[in-house]
Write a protein that binds this ligand. Structure first.
Ligand SMILES: Cc1cc2nc3c(=O)[nH]c(=O)nc-3n(C[C@H](O)[C@H](O)[C@H](O)COP(=O)(O)OP(=O)(O)OC[C@H]3O[C@@H](n4cnc5c(N)ncnc54)[C@H](O)[C@@H]3O)c2cc1C
Length: 424
């Protein structure tokens, strides 16, 4: 049977986890080389200290194995920390409630926490010279046009950049994806000057929490903290959640989730920190966060405060929690555009599945390209295999996040998440 892999010339928009994983998967599984267009600078792209961390359970590790073989999966396990359990700090109790992690016993693979920048580096290292990565704001892509010969021409914000034609655009630009808007609204592309940001925002619902995290080159005191354990503490009203644990190679991570407050007069919700500070003022983020946690007056969140105090503000990764209003029914348009990662399924962080699902997408897409005889049938097969799983995962994450805000527990669907196999 002829394979779509012979005809496809993909360009990937976005060089985050999903873009790089897709490039690696297409190269290793389908024998296809790609061009990646990434809007950040080369220095930012090469910075292996960027971001905080990603949690990968058996599904994420199996996806890595499909993409880069046993070696890539083992590298990830070695560079990260294998999680041995959770410890929940309960107010008034002298010792935390300890829940050992039985994932490895049950599935043969552990849960691993790896620094985000290292995961990006591991995926980049998979790519050979056939894969071209172009970085810089001139590669901030705002649309595309379909040519008479059926190829697509990428359009960037910078009118002077000519991008080469391709016949497939892989949209890996994250939560605020423009290509998701094109796919969901049957649009073909936009002009360079058209502003569709307000339409993109309509596809995303903010869920009223600010998430701030980082990794620190420091190990939590082994006298006080169980090795390999993630510590968690929740303020009683559900307004603040603090998490910390090992992040591999002498590092620890911390993550704080803070619910918006409500303005008594206007009844409007007020984020913990203003959007422009969140994005542009790391010193303010760190100091306001410390003030907020110290102001809670609880010794129970001191484990997080200690790590935050030792954090370089430049390494803080902050985001608003967001969920996608509607996923599918298609993750592709006309065999020309396909969505992967957060572009396909933006979900709250409550299950920590964003990176693992990005890896799953990449592996499945490459298999579909290899195993179908046209690009369009490959993309339809990809949509069919991914949509229901991504819808379910997003709904479960939304439910868990909402319940956590009320101090309630949602049904744990980790077993279903971890059971995933590349050929299912
Ligand atoms: C620098 C960085 C650090 C992160 N750190 C963490 C973390 O510590 N923990 C965590 O849970 N999640 C983190 N995330 C988010 C996490 O990577 C995603 O939720 C998940 O892994 C899915 O990845 P993605 O590649 O789909 O999206 P993203 O990781 O958001 O990557 C999208 C990429 O596309 C690029 N891009 C966006 N728009 C355009 C455009 N128009 N043209 C060209 N390029 C574009 C972005 O610069 C980015 O590199 C981080 C994201 C980034 C970008």
């Amino acid at each position: 049977m002829a394979s779509a892999a012979k005809d496809v010339t993909p360009v990937i928009v976005g060089g985050g986890i999903s873009g790089l994983a897709t490039a690696a998967a297409l190269q290793n599984i389908a024998g296809v080389s790609c061009q990646i267009l990434e809007t950040c600078t080369l220095d930012e792209f090469k910075n292996n200290k960027a971001g905080a961390g990603a949690q990968l359970g058996p599904n994420g590790l199996k996806a890595l194995r499909a993409i880069g073989g046993e070696e890539l999966m083992q590298q990830c396990i070695e560079k990260g920390s294998v999680l041995k359990g959770n410890a929940i700090v309960v107010p008034g109790m002298p010792e935390p409630m300890v829940i050992p992690d039985t994932t490895e016993e049950e599935t043969g693979l552990p849960q691993v926490f790896i620094r985000w920048g290292l995961l990006r580096e591991l995926l980049s290292d998979q790519l050979d010279d056939g894969c071209e990565i172009l970085t810089g704001t001139e590669h901030n892509i705002c649309g595309y046009e379909v040519k008479d010969d059926g190829n697509v021409q990428i359009i960037s914000k910078n009118k002077n950049v000519d991008h080469k034609e391709a016949n497939l655009i892989v949209s890996a630009e994250g939560v605020r994806s423009k290509f998701r808007y094109f796919v969901n609204n049957d649009k073909c592309g936009i002009g360079q000057d058209e502003d569709i940001n307000f339409l993109i925002e309509a596809d995303i619902k903010e869920t009223g929490r600010t998430n701030i995290k980082a990794v620190v080159p420091k190990v939590m005191d082994p006298e006080s903290f169980k090795s390999g354990y993630t510590y968690a503490w929740f303020a009683q009203d559900g307004g603040v959640g603090c998490f910390a644990g090992p992040a591999g190679d002498g590092h620890s991570y911390w993550a704080i989730s803070i619910a918006d407050s409500v303005n008594e007069e206007t009844k409007e919700s007020v984020p913990f920190i203003a959007e422009d500070h969140l994005r542009n003022d790391p010193d303010a983020v760190k100091s306001e966060l410390l003030d907020r946690l110290r102001g809670l007056g609880s010794e129970d969140c001191k484990f997080a405060i200690d790590l935050i105090e030792d954090t370089n503000p430049m390494s803080v990764y902050a985001s608003r929690s967001a969920e996608q209003v509607k996923i599918g029914p298609y993750l592709q348009k006309d065999g020309k555009v396909v969505l992967v990662g957060d572009s396909a399924h933006a979900m709250p962080l409550s299950y920590g599945q964003s990176a693992a699902f990005a890896l799953e997408d990449a592996a499945v897409l490459a298999c579909c390209i290899r195993d179908n005889n046209s690009v369009e049938s490959a993309l339809n097969a990809y949509s069919e295999r991914r949509v229901s799983r991504c819808v379910e995962m997003t709904q479960r994450s939304v439910e868990r996040a909402a319940k956590a805000m009320k101090g309630e527990k949602a049904e744990d669907v980790s077993k279903w998440i971890f059971q995933w196999e590349i050929d299912e």
